[in-house]
Design a protein around this ligand. Structure first.
Ligand SMILES: Cc1cc2nc3c(=O)[nH]c(=O)nc-3n(C[C@H](O)[C@H](O)[C@H](O)COP(=O)(O)OP(=O)(O)OC[C@H]3O[C@@H](n4cnc5c(N)ncnc54)[C@H](O)[C@@H]3O)c2cc1C
Ligand code: HEM
Length: 511
């Protein structure tokens, strides 16, 4: 890094030609003489601005990360007697931009959160900022998250934060050093929100979506031997697991699956045949929690990868980093001890984690929605059109009002539901929360839809451009629908929510 010197504005103004070009950004001086030829926006343009203060123009065209990346090479000094005004985001920072964080982190009192949640959020954000560059590269190139990164997340305890509190957390190292026994659903909510904020949706699903739905059937219904082997392998990131239920013939209607498992003559094995579609993380998983049909009905089986299992990538609207796959099981031999729960009772195993899965999707989609709103506030404040900032236009303020009020409403509902999860037994949650969680998921994804639409209008052409200022808006727009389909689609969620409500409808109630 060049040694930083102090300059006057007059001195900088003299460096304004090709080969000798300096600019001022936020009271700091950059020598772009050599860089100009490599500048993605063009050399000529940069030289035209030589010797000038380009702060507003710079932030109208570049994300702050451009400066963070190039400053070590290009910054040569500061303007004497001036202080920088733009805050450079640091890893783990809690944002001060309005509505960029849930209300507790914006200074509100909360009955739910405490310092341990703040420390946990900061630690996780810090870990994620260390892998963000690689995450964005994987997202763009469609590369699977590497085993190194996966094992790093395992060793930091990040993987373990996404499957709920429970005995499996005992003794594990977790972000911020929180003890497994102190970890609650609010910590887990933060974990899903922070993953949703990564800005790399395919990569985020690549590191978290397979095991967070594939491992719970093992945790809750696996044999002791299976758990002792599989759980540490998966939580440390050494092995990967996914959940395979959906088939080309059937998605929402789980009861119609056709994959078969037939017992061998000696009764010791099942022979599994069938196909599964859209299985997240399937392309790189070692283990599969699979819904099959046996002579006794729908059954869940734990299956280890072997040569009779083929996993082909399926191209979807997000990155292949998610490992979305088409799986073919052809005469796969599975020991009968690998039944998860009881034969013929697979539906209960599938249902067991549905509330948790849907709730976690609410966490990650609200995290992503909030990230979009933060970008919109920043952009509306720094983009100037017709000589005014966008935020000075009432129409833009109205869009922000609509986005914020919708997100805050679902966030408050989400926190309320999370509190119930912390304080109800599993049995009570099953009775009371299935309907509200379904309706909450429905509403969270409707809000994501509305926010995505408004955000795209606020960003204009950049909202539909993969690189640059609108990068997160474009990615969100292309991918928020995943949350509206996975784990139960909007229509199914709305229907389930009202059906559950009607179960409690008092027989004698009349208008
Ligand atoms: C990227 C991706 C990843 C996925 N990951 C996994 C995974 O890891 N594991 C896994 O098992 N599955 C996975 N799925 C499958 C996912 O769970 C299903 O797509 C989902 O359940 C919907 O099923 P379907 O797409 O077959 O739609 P269908 O069931 O064919 O439904 C089509 C449409 O009709 C609507 N509809 C259906 N029934 C009704 C009704 N009764 N009333 C009103 N409307 C109705 C639905 O809402 C939907 O909009 C994934 C899917 C995708 C796209
Ligand atoms: C330290 C100084 C600068 C650096 C390191 C820098 C770097 C970059 C980078 C990396 C990009 C690509 C961004 C992306 O696609 O996400 C870019 C684009 C661009 N830059 Fe710069 N830049 C600097 C200064 C300037 C200045 C002073 C101007 C003019 C005011 C300018 C104008 C542009 C333009 C017009 C683009 C294209 C934006 C677009 O595609 O919408 N840059 N710059």
């Amino acid at each position: 890094m060049p040694e930083l010197k102090s300059f006057t504005r007059e001195e900088v103004a003299k460096h304004n030609i090709e080969g000798d070009c300096w600019i001022i950004i936020d009271s700091e001086v950059y020598n772009v003489s050599t860089f100009a030829d490599m500048h993605p926006g063009g050399a000529k343009l940069l030289i035209e601005f030589g010797g000038q203060d380009v702060t507003d123009d710079f932030y109208g065209l570049h994300r702050q990360e451009v400066l963070i990346k190039y400053a070590p090479k290009l910054r040569i000094g500061t303007i004497s007697g001036e202080k920088t005004k733009v805050k450079i985001a640091q890893p783990g920072d809690i944002s001060a931009v309005p509505y960029a964080e849930p209300s507790y982190w914006m200074g509100f009192k909360s009955p739910y959160f405490n310092d341990s949640h703040t420390e946990f959020r900061k630690a996780l954000r810090n870990i994620y900022s260390g892998i963000r560059a690689e995450a964005l590269q994987c997202e763009e190139a469609g590369k699977n998250p590497s085993s190194e990164i996966y094992q790093f997340l395992g060793s930091e305890g990040v993987l373990a934060t996404q499957i709920g509190p429970g005995p499996w957390l005992k003794g594990l190292k977790l972000p911020s050093g929180i003890k497994g026994e102190d970890f609650d659903y609010f910590h887990e909510l933060i974990a899903h929100q922070e993953t949703g904020r990564l800005g790399a949706p395919g990569f985020a699903d690549g590191i978290s979506s397979g095991y967070s739905i594939g491992l719970p059937p093992v945790l809750n219904f696996g044999t002791a031997a299976m758990k002792a082997k599989v759980v540490p392998e998966v939580l440390s990131g050494k092995k990967r697991i996914c959940l395979a239920i959906t088939e080309p013939y059937t998605g929402s209607d789980v009861a119609s699956i056709r994959t078969t498992a037939v017992r061998t003559a000696d009764g010791k094995h099942f022979i599994v045949n069938g196909v599964k579609k859209w299985i997240t993380n399937g392309t790189f998983s070692d283990y599969f929690s699979v819904a099959v049909r046996t002579e006794k009905g729908i059954t869940m089986l734990f299956i280890e990868r072997d040569d009779n299992i083929e996993t082909k990538p399926i191209k979807t609207s997000y990155s292949a980093a998610a490992g979305t796959s088409y799986i073919t099981f052809e005469n796969v031999k599975v020991p009968v001890e690998n039944i998860l729960g009881k034969e013929g009772q697979g539906f209960q195993v599938i249902m067991y984690n549905f509330n948790h899965e849907r709730w976690y999707i609410c966490g990650s989609i609200t995290g992503g929605t909030r990230d979009v709103i933060e970008d919109c506030f920043k952009w509306a404040n720094q983009r100037k059109v017709f000589g005014k900032r966008l935020i000075d236009q009432p129409v833009i303020r109205n869009k922000l009002a609509s986005m914020v009020s919708q997100l805050e409403a679902v966030e408050n509902w989400l926190e309320n539901i999370t509190f119930q999860m912390c304080n109800m037994s599993y049995a009570e949650q099953s009775v009371k929360l299935a309907g509200p969680i379904a309706l909450l998921k429905y509403q969270c994804t409707r809000v994501a839809h509305n926010v995505s639409d408004d955000a795209c209008q606020i960003f204009g052409g950049r909202g539909i451009t993969r690189t640059g200022m609108g990068r997160s808006i474009e990615a969100f727009q292309r991918t928020y629908k995943f949350a509206a389909i996975l784990g139960g689609s909007e229509e199914i969620m709305a229907d389930l929510g009202v059906r559950q409500a009607m179960k409690q409808f008092p027989k004698g109630a009349r208008l």
